[in-house]
Design a protein around this ligand. Sequence first.
Ligand SMILES: C[S@@+](CC[C@H](N)C(=O)[O-])C[C@H]1O[C@@H](n2cnc3c(N)ncnc32)[C@H](O)[C@@H]1O
Length: 367
Amino acid sequence: MARIGGMPGPTVSAGKARTLAQVYRRFAEVDAAATSPLYERISAALSESGEALRAIEAAPARKRHPTVILAALHDLALAGRAPALAAAYAAADGDAAAAAAIDTLLRMTDTVVATAVRRPLRTDETGRYAVLYPAIAEAAHRAGANTIGLIDVGCSAGLNLNVDRVGITYSDGQSLGDPSSPVQLTPSVVGDRPIPARAMPEVVARIGVDLDPVDVTDPDEARWLRACRWPDQPERAALLDAELALAASAPPLLLHGDAIELLPGAFARVPADALPVVTTTWALSSFPLESRLRFLQRLDAAATGRAVAWVSVEGVGVAPAIPTFGDRHASGHSIIGLAVFGHSALHAEAIGRCWSRGRMLAWLADS
Ligand SMILES: C[S@@+](CC[C@H](N)C(=O)[O-])C[C@H]1O[C@@H](n2cnc3c(N)ncnc32)[C@H](O)[C@@H]1O
């Protein structure tokens, strides 16, 4: 990942020195241009304001990236502490938002920097269920399980643990889950193979494991998740709100710490007659390679007395033991993997590809 540096001091990005102004200019023109007119306008304005750039430089180098600073400003707007910025966001007024963002940044530099430093950028958002639901149901089917216990590793807010409580209508007409759920997804299916219609068995345990889990019942933490979304994507914000409300209505058990250390205890919390299904979504790239291998060993060790399944949704080549269809690393899509650890054998397979964090998927397994 590019190290983000400040102006006037240069920073190294992909072998090229970039000033902070250039980082913000590029974010406006490349990252935000297609998706967020508000962030495009604000980021361009920040890149042209020496005062604003000097304020951003009060943050440590790794916390100066536009996504982090803009999330910290958004958090102030959502908290009612930057009313002009909130009003500009609500009105989708780019010029007013740019002026209000600079004003807020200059008036509340210490608060913006403190938020950027304290809070890791969160990527939790919708879409994962559309990929996870059929893959978990397939895992249970292959292992012959009637009940399952979910263990989400690198769970962040643990939203994946509600996978059986949402409704999904795929673009090919297939539907899964609960049609009356307040959380409804409409992902796109590519390719000829239909998503299997199998329903998920009863979920009897929901356990999230993370170095730094998010408690969605804490209003500040829930607001930060919203702040990390871009302000001109109201449909996604509404979906996230519905997901947070669903999660808060029955919070999962969150285990705080290193997954390698905590996994044995997590398995012990899944009733003996249920299949433990470990899920990882875009989590393992945060683990050093050695930890990924130890993660695999943990699953294998847990499978001495019973079967264990692992559903992975990770970048190409990130999930150990999961084949890649020969796809190139960093190709922009992810591989849906399914591994079942039996008493004496591991069966690991790539069962699909997905794009846009699961909003589009191709099912490729024989079911
Ligand atoms: C990129 S986020 C993915 C979060 C979520 N699974 C998703 O789909 O958005 C990676 C998560 O893994 C967690 N993480 C990183 N290393 C970990 C470790 N050794 N043990 C447990 N969690 C870890 C981080 O705290 C972070 O919440």
